[in-house]
Ligand binder design. Structure first.
Ligand SMILES: NC(=O)c1ccc[n+]([C@@H]2O[C@H](COP(=O)([O-])OP(=O)(O)OC[C@H]3O[C@@H](n4cnc5c(N)ncnc54)[C@H](O)[C@@H]3O)[C@@H](O)[C@H]2O)c1
Length: 304
């Protein structure tokens, strides 16, 4: 199957994530069907979609005409068979409960044409469990979005245990065609990659709050005004590079304290992860210019 064979996409679950996932596909030209359990829920889904598109127009992201075209590409139904029969790619975004997801994947597997790829937006479960009762193991993938999914560009993707590279490639191609940034995860763990990283921060922040180390307000402000301020530009590896940690003497970098052999080796190399050491000053200046722009935009008042 090729990208051009994906004519219609389905989204099962029209809640917080499903409505935004549907907007994204419809915005980039895909007729999109959303299913949920009742007409009442779907009325809420439709209203959320209309509101989100209004904000896109007001924010200058799209024209009113494009909002109308996007809306016209989205249909809703409570009939799962209708969605399954027409969809070439389906994203599951229902309640995070294993038996429900397993039952849905089994049902979709029975109802869909053989070529249809089934993707889960699970946050904490794994595909080997979710897809345990589906036959089309080669077509089960993870597409884990970040809220709000119609706005946040990146998402993580992974293969189910029996999925082919072709299924993953096509999924990435589809997502890129809808201007998303797929991040490939090689393995399978609950929370996969980015939720694990994100939750590590949240776990520590909540623990420190519970211990009375700081108020929730100060923890929040501390994060967004310090390393959170840097995050649109750099993750932890580029941060090591730009902070010049690779230039520190070996005993200060302290690789002996690092248990993992692969990581120890990397630290011992005393080489940046990404930067060419010859261009270090240039990279730091580029970073600083970007930070100055955002400092002015976010924190300095016009008369400062
Ligand atoms: N909320 C987030 O920030 C977030 C982020 C990433 C991933 N996720 C994951 O996305 C999934 C959906 O989360 P959400 O926040 O949108 O939940 P939600 O409760 O807002 O929406 C879930 C929707 O699924 C519907 N539903 C439940 N069972 C169904 C079934 N069997 N068939 C059809 N529809 C069904 C519900 O009626 C509801 O409208 C979960 O797996 C969650 O872990 C959530």
């Amino acid at each position: 199957m090729q990208l051009s064979d994906i004519k219609t996409v389905g989204v099962v679950g029209g809640g917080t994530m499903g409505f935004g996932i549907a907007i994204n596909f419809a915005l980039w030209g895909y007729p999109t069907i959303i299913s949920d359990l009742s007409d009442d829920v779907l009325a809420g889904t439709e209203s959320n979609i209309a509101h989100a598109l209004k904000l896109f127009v007001e924010g200058g992201l799209i024209t009113q005409d494009r909002a109308g075209e996007t809306l016209a590409r989205i249909t809703t139904t409570t009939d799962l068979a209708q969605l399954a029969g027409q969809s070439d790619f389906i994203t599951e975004a229902i309640v995070e409960r294993l038996p429900d997801k397993q039952a849905l994947f089994k049902r979709l597997d029975e109802l869909c044409p053989p070529h249809t790829i089934l993707a889960s937006n699970t946050s904490r479960l794994v595909l080997s469990d979710i897809g345990a009762h589906a036959k089309r193991q080669e077509k089960l993938v993870l597409t884990h979005y970040f809220a709000p999914p119609h706005i946040v560009p990146g998402l993580e993707v992974a293969k189910g245990p029996g999925a082919t590279d072709e299924s993953l490639e096509l999924t990435c191609e589809l997502l890129r065609s809808a201007r998303k940034i797929p991040i490939r995860v090689r393995g399978e763990k609950p929370g996969y990659l980015l939720n694990r990283i994100q939750h590590a921060l949240a776990r520590e922040a909540s623990q420190l709050w519970a211990e009375g180390m700081a108020s929730a307000e100060d923890i929040e402000l501390g994060i967004v005004s310090t390393f959170g301020f840097r995050m649109p530009h750099e993750g932890p590896f580029l941060h090591y590079d730009l902070a010049g940690i690779w230039k520190w003497p070996e005993d200060v970098r302290n690789p002996r304290a690092i248990q993992n052999e692969k990581l120890r080796e990397q630290m011992l190399k005393a080489q940046p992860w990404f930067l060419d050491p010859a261009n270090f000053d240039e990279a730091v200046e580029k970073r600083d210019r970007e930070y100055i722009r955002r400092l002015k935009e976010l924190y300095w008042k016009d008369d400062d």
